[in-house]
Ligand binder design. Structure first.
Ligand SMILES: Cc1ncc(C[n+]2csc(CCOP(=O)(O)OP(=O)(O)O)c2C)c(N)n1
Ligand SMILES: [Mg+2]
Length: 312
């Protein structure tokens, strides 16, 4: 990874963390529609994987992959408008959190049905190959989501067809309150069904980037899909309404020492690279302004309720 990429990656991870902190404030003020789903401690698995892609590649993020959307050019302003349900947001108030697509920026909208994006993205990867395009599709799946039938069907199809698909597995200790050993035998990487599989320390942004770049290269060489399992930890509850009382505090304390942001900063420092000291305050100021603008934005007009709804 070169210096410029490292600095951009660090900025994306910091932006993700600070945006989510601002969202939590809005949630506590009762301003967001619905809860806030954070990726605290998992910023590297979302940002470093997306950072390894090319501009024509396509992603389909899940709720904990906000950082990948920032890497693709989504703005905090869009995220605030969406969480606040405003008319000028990406879905005009019809959806909340990060559930929206931005096809021009290579983002397929997430679906709530876990696992369903794997066959969808296999299809996207199939279309790339049929059109002879050198592009890669990427999506993410949690340890819980990898128990779905759709995960198996989608990945199996990609393996058999040798499609340019990267599935990032986020092994983060929990699915809601269920730890992996309550819903799978062995490790998440054993669910790879013959896909090229790499397991990496998901809190080491440089390692995640390198693994994703390798997976992408294999895809471009026609070697078939990759399953990139990132070992990480969900540092907050499933969402802000969940106080995670079922999580052993010792585990949280242990994983706090592996926080991806200071670790990546230390990695950069070894190379003599340093983020600009004003970066954090600048992002904070931008986020405050974007959140305030979103709070002033109009609500959707009730008369627009049926726009975009189809009936036969
Ligand atoms: C098919 C399906 N089953 C159940 C749910 C409800 N649900 C939403 S998030 C979640 C937990 C997901 O856990 P995991 O895949 O490990 O992702 P994480 O929340 O840890 O990032 C569940 C069960 C769903 N959205 N889709
Ligand atoms: Mg999980």
């Amino acid at each position: 990874m070169d210096r410029e990429t490292a600095l951009r990656l660090y900025e994306a991870m910091l932006l993700t963390r600070l945006t989510e902190e601002r969202l939590v404030k809005l949630f506590r003020q009762g301003k967001t529609l619905g809860s806030v789903y954070r990726s605290l401690g998992q910023e590297a698995t979302a940002c470093a994987t997306a950072m390894a892609l090319g501009p024509d590649d396509v992603i389909a993020p899940l709720i904990r992959n906000l950082g990948s959307m920032f890497v693709r050019g989504v703005t905090p302003r869009e995220i605030f408008l969406q969480y606040l349900g405003r008319a000028t947001g990406p879905t005009g108030g019809r959806e909340h959190n990060n559930h929206f697509g931005a096809v021009a920026r290579g983002i397929i909208a997430p679906t709530s049905m876990l696992g369903a994006l794997i066959p969808v993205m296999s299809g996207v990867a199939l279309s790339f190959r049929q059109k002879g395009e050198r592009r890669v599709a990427m999506t993410w799946i949690g340890d819980g989501g990898s128990s779905t039938g759709a995960f198996y069907e989608g990945l199996n199809f990609a393996v058999v067809q040798r499609l340019p698909l990267i599935v990032v597995g986020e092994s983060n200790g929990y699915a809601f309150s269920t730890p992996p050993d309550r819903q799978m035998v062995g490790r998440m990487s054993q669910r790879s069904q013959g896909a090229f599989t790499l397991t990496v320390d998901g809190n080491d942004a440089a390692a995640v980037y390198q693994a994703a770049a390798e997976a992408r290269q294999r895809c471009l060489e026609g070697k078939g899909p990759a399953f990139l399992v990132c070992e990480t930890f969900r540092m907050k509850g499933h969402a802000e309404h969940d106080d995670q009382r079922y999580v052993d505090p010792a585990l949280l304390a242990e994983w706090a020492t592996k926080d991806p942001l200071p670790r990546f900063e230390a990695w950069m420092q070894l190379r003599g690279w340093k983020p600009d000291a004003g970066l954090g305050p600048r992002i904070e100021a931008e986020l405050l302004a974007a959140a305030e603008a979103a709070l002033e934005a109009p609500w959707p007009d009730p008369a627009s309720l049926q726009a975009g709804v189809f009936s036969s």
